[in-house]
Ligand binder design. Sequence first.
Ligand code: ADP
Ligand code: ZN
Ligand code: MG
Length: 476
Amino acid sequence: MQYEVIIGLEIHAQLLTDSKMFCGCSTVFGSEPNTQTCPVCIGMPGVLPVINKKAIKYVIKTGLAVNCEISSYSRFARKNYFYPDLPKGYQISQYELPLCEGGYVEITVNGSTKKIGLTRIHLEEDAGKNIHEGAGNYSLVDLNRAGVPLMEIVTEPDIRTPEEASKFMKKLRVILRHIDVCDGNMEQGSLRCDANVSVRPYGQKEFGVKTEIKNMNSFKFIEKALDYEIRRQIKVLKDRGKIIQETRLWDSTKGITESMRSKEEAHDYRYFPEPDLVPVEVDGSWIAEIKAQLVELPDSRQQRFIKQYGLPEYDADLLTSERAVAEWFEGAVKLGGDPKTVSNWMMGELMRLLNEENKQIEECGLKPVQFVGLLKLIDKGTISGKIAKAVFEEMYKTGKNPDTIVKEKGLIQITDEADIEKVINEVLEKNPKEVERFRAGEEKLMGFFVGQIMKATKGKANPKIVNELLKKKLLT
Ligand code: ADP
Ligand code: ZN
Ligand code: MG
């Protein structure tokens, strides 16, 4: 029997606000435990939460970027459960009335686009973190993360393969980073994803029983965990067993999912409206203002790059995967760089160097203005294309101007015909046999001679002049 796979994702994204969701504590990552806390976020009695306006704005921004309906009226709710990292005994979240509903994200699979529907986006606060490291029979709790604003994005069960799931996550990450609401760091947990998955025989109308997989902190793990879980479910059904609705954990070292808790053990959260917060009423004019400030989104930027600069789709896709990369590209083009030439250098040399150091483009000292300076030196014939690669790397490492590097290292291209002729003569004199063979018709030896001349000039001879003069010499 053939089975169809159904997947729906629940994504948590930490918002890039400076302060927490309901108090003024800092959200900076990696500080000493419990140094970023106050009576509000550690749940002292008698305190009152105050809504962080920027967090609301970021969720609206996200909603607009992924085609949601923004609710003019929404409400916070208490989600009750007991856990040591949750001092209040409840998490402030949203339940029946989330900030955003509907919407979709477009992904490209096997060359065609597919819309993945969104159910809702709501706002909530993060919990603290339990640390089980000490030697003793105890655990520690760090509440720095307690109260940090989290946005939860829930998809419709529209995803059909593990590949689509990871494509969706990648696309969402690109969008969130583009609009500057989340840093997308999956390793540090600022972007996390739980996957709901079920299988059903093709043709069956009802969905099968689903399991929920937690703890996947990379695109690779999302695909692997889903792959494993789908195989497991199909095997259970083929063996005439039943899928139990449960939460499973992905173990990346073992490469399997393991049962964490079944539906019977699931929490009853006893949601109710948060009595300490007034409902959120969002003005249409505020939504319009946020919409007007929204930056160009990756998909439309990609299409524009194709049209405006005549770039191939592949280039446009790569160059719009990060906002800073797209801006670097356009910066260089505005300064006079030829779009395809700029793209080739960026996708080749620049990405290679950045990847080697695992760096983002913002962190590199090489700016578009210096890079375009290099392109001009090539165009003018001051340096050869080959030398330019070395200069590029030097610029990348030192942040120096190309002219400075070329002068310091004596890399100026030799274009003086007399100088080049001298070198050619030397090379020909040293290789009389090859000259004879060439003249007897072995024309491919041309490459050998050019190579020798470039070697003798340390790559600085102008290749065009070398070729012209060499031909003249050899054929007369
Ligand atoms: P729950 O009541 O368990 O929270 P929801 O209906 O709220 O389930 O859905 C949670 C997530 O699971 C959503 O992303 C939804 O698309 C997905 N989902 C719901 N039912 C299924 C199913 N049978 N198979 C796979 N995913 C599902
Ligand atoms: Zn606080
Ligand atoms: Mg639900």
